[in-house]
Design a protein around this ligand. Structure first.
Ligand SMILES: Nc1ncnc2c1ncn2[C@@H]1O[C@H](COP(=O)(O)OP(=O)(O)OP(=O)(O)O)[C@@H](O)[C@H]1O
Length: 674
């Protein structure tokens, strides 16, 4: 049965075509799909570098590029280009199967040929070569093939290797970059093995079997299932995450089963949420009917709205979508508790809570105790006073049916444990690093222990609240079932490298109690380095912000793709007011309308093309009132400082293309000094 596969490059180019050409592509593809087994609509190109390449006529001025292998019956739609570019592409590119990884690769042979004389000249002038210390055998073991080897041997600098990023076959280039960065061949192998769709390399690789190679390359090409599959794929062109998963993501999301709780970690933007949503789709595909078996949950209402729309995009079958509940944990907890009580619950606002706290005498007891520093021990008397006051306050709240969300979560967990009411077969949790222990107890109580009970996504480097949880202490054991993603799909390497320096160099402790660092975290995307700008005072800084936002808008960036964050609500509000004064419409970070403005805390989980962080000055970042005194409580101080660093890191890593960081007066000590 003939099969049609689509390359990521094809879909991303399709998404950028104007509507008229897109329509022509749709028609040509549907026609082709009806008859492609006969190869009828494909045209052979006489001077094609790769004899398996054909063109598909879209319009007078556009061509699709297709590989139609002699053996086998798979077709791959590689790209779609204006006529002349398509022919130039075909005259220059050759496709092959990586002999170590078995993945599909393309090399720009024409460009490599033009580049070689310059490399030869440079090599002649320099006796040392970049890979002198690596044997041919090791290079070959890492996938470098006979055609690439002579060119690789000419390289004298990393810069020349980088210049060949788009010419060399992808898997081979990754291996060379790993070696050039100082890794041993074994370490480099571990790095390139991340591109394997199975945990180990295939035993037998047939260099002519493109079908097998396509199947091993889910991040770049995917087979279409039937005419509806083709339609769905074209519709997904604006959300490539629906179709092309990095092999690391696919391995985690579509592993048939985990024998217990599993976890996915990874730096900001590495696609943890995407992996979690695909895991939900995989789990949903197991059920045909019945009440929802899967809960996809997270931290806040705004984030769960984003998750819901991702689930709607990914799971197109309504029956399967019904197997999934997307709700934040506060809502789940509220339903459990209010159901049992047969009545709604009241949540006092901050002012009411403060009054209650004061009436209970807790204020006094807490202030007395707090003077001693948060990490030092309380005297027995102080402990008693605090305890009495807390009891008093909670009793008053309970008498008035008043709750905090943490109390609701704890009570919901108790109810579910008592009644043995396991509501779901599977719970998938996103942004897990910041959940309070009471919420973890609730999660554990929502689902019985067993295979695929929990799937947890989180990044300890993005912990911005004080809830440091050890999953093992809550009876959730992810040992041996934790996987890490390392490739950023969001930010450019320039933004990542800068943002990682905001973090302390010491590793973070993961939910699995193991140390986590960002050593192998990188991005294939490139762009401008972040701009860090000084201003004499806040007024001038906000003028600078207006100028920057105007520049982005003038460059065609949509207002809703610009996010502005500040450490305090006051500075965020001042920024919003200033923009409004200049007739630049703005609204909240999560909902808009217009340019999105808010606090760093509200940036969690969001994403923007351009981000401006304002008020990154010594007085504000870290926020002094949130930091324990170093001499009174050194451990608390270090923890608070780390949390504040994480907060700045989270804000900066929301940016896809551009990052602008500004301060007035003295800079925040967290800003990297370049
Ligand atoms: N396989 C993929 N193909 C294309 N885009 C992807 C892929 N995986 C993730 N992305 C995109 O990368 C961005 C970041 O993904 P995602 O939100 O899943 O990352 P994350 O690890 O959860 O990030 P954070 O921890 O910062 O919240 C999103 O725009 C997402 O659509």
């Amino acid at each position: 049965m003939p099969q049609l596969a689509i390359d990521k490059d094809f879909l991303s180019r399709y998404a950028k075509l104007d509507k008229r050409i897109q329509k022509a592509v749709d028609d040509a593809l549907h026609k082709f799909a009806e008859v492609y087994y006969a190869g009828g609509h494909l045209e052979k190109v006489t001077d094609a570098r790769d004899p398996r390449v054909r063109t598909l006529r879209i319009t007078q001025g556009y061509r699709g590029v297709v590989i139609a292998p002699d053996a086998g019956d798979s077709f791959l739609l590689v790209t779609v280009l204006p006529h002349d570019e398509a022919y130039a592409y075909i005259r220059s590119r050759r496709f092959s199967v990586n002999h170590a990884l078995g993945v599909l690769e393309v090399r720009d042979e024409g460009a490599l040929e033009s580049f070689t004389p310059a490399l030869e000249e440079l090599a002649a002038a320099d006796s040392a070569r970049l890979f002198d210390h690596i044997s041919d055998a090791d290079l070959i073991r890492l996938g470098v093939d006979a055609e690439s080897l002579p060119i690789v041997r000419l390289l004298t600098s990393e810069a020349h290797l980088e210049a060949m990023a788009k010419m060399l076959p992808g898997g081979q280039y990754d291996a060379l970059v790993a070696l050039a960065s100082g890794m041993t061949p074994e370490e480099a192998w571990a790095e390139v093995a991340k591109n394997l769709v199975e945990e180990v390399a295939p035993d037998r690789i047939d260099p002519d079997d493109l079908t097998a190679a396509i199947r091993r390359s889910p991040g770049r090409a995917v087979f279409v299932e039937g005419p509806e599959g083709l339609q769905a794929m074209l519709e997904a062109a604006f959300d490539l995450w629906r179709v092309f998963l990095h092999p690391q993501q696919r391995r985690i999301a579509y592993r048939p089963s985990f024998n217990g709780p599993a976890m996915v970690t990874g730096g900001a933007g590495t696609g943890k949420t995407v992996a979690a949503v695909h895991r939900v789709a995989h789990l949903a595909s197991r059920y045909e009917s019945g009440p929802p078996q899967i809960l996809l949950t997270t931290f806040t209402k705004t984030l769960d709205a984003a998750l819901r729309s991702q689930v709607e995009l990914l799971i197109t079958d309504p029956a399967q979508r019904e197997r999934v509940d997307v709700r934040n944990l506060d809502r789940v907890a509220y339903e459990v508790v209010s159901n049992e009580r047969g009545a709604g619950l009241a949540f006092p606002d901050a002012r009411e809570l403060e009054a209650l706290w004061e009436e209970a005498g807790a204020e006094r007891a807490y202030v007395d105790a707090a003077r001693r520093g948060r990490g030092t021990r309380l005297s027995v008397d102080q402990k008693r006073a605090v305890w009495r006051a807390v009891l008093e306050a909670t009793e008053r709240m309970s008498a008035a049916n008043q709750w905090t969300f943490t109390q609701v979560a704890a009570t919901a967990a108790e109810i579910l444990e008592r009644t043995g009411d396991r509501r779901y077969e599977h719970v998938v949790v996103d942004e897990a690093q910041d959940l309070h222990p009471a919420k973890w107890r609730l999660i554990r109580a929502l689902v019985g222990e067993g295979p695929d009970d929990l799937f947890i996504a989180g990044d300890p480097h993005q912990r911005i609240y004080d809830h440091r949880v050890s999953l093992a202490s809550l009876g959730i054991n992810v040992r041996g079932r934790s996987r890490k993603l390392t490739v950023s799909y969001r930010s450019t390497q320039e933004i990542l490298s800068w943002a990682v320096r905001v973090l302390d160099s010491s590793p973070a402790t993961g939910l699995d109690d193991l140390e986590d660092n960002l050593d192998t975290y990188s991005s294939p995307l490139h762009g401008r380095r972040p701009a860090v700008r000084w201003f004499a005072d806040r007024g001038a800084e906000l003028d600078g912000l207006v100028e920057q936002v105007r520049e982005w808008l003038d460059d065609g960036v949509e207002a809703g793709s610009i996010g502005i964050a500040a450490r305090t609500r006051k500075i965020a509000e001042a920024a919003g007011e200033r923009l409004k004064d200049e007739a630049i419409g703005c609204g909240s970070l999560a909902r808009g309308p217009g340019v999105r403005v808010g606090t760093m805390h509200a940036m969690k989980g969001l994403e923007f093309r351009c981000v401006a962080v304002v008020g990154a000055d010594e007085e504000t970042v870290p926020r002094q009132s949130q930091i324990a005194e170093a001499d009174e409580d050194p451990a608390g101080h270090a923890r608070d400082m780390q949390r504040e660093r994480n907060l700045l890191f989270v804000s900066c890593t929301r940016a896809r293309d551009a990052l602008h960081v500004s301060y007035s007066g003295e800079p925040s000590p967290f800003l990297p000094v370049s």
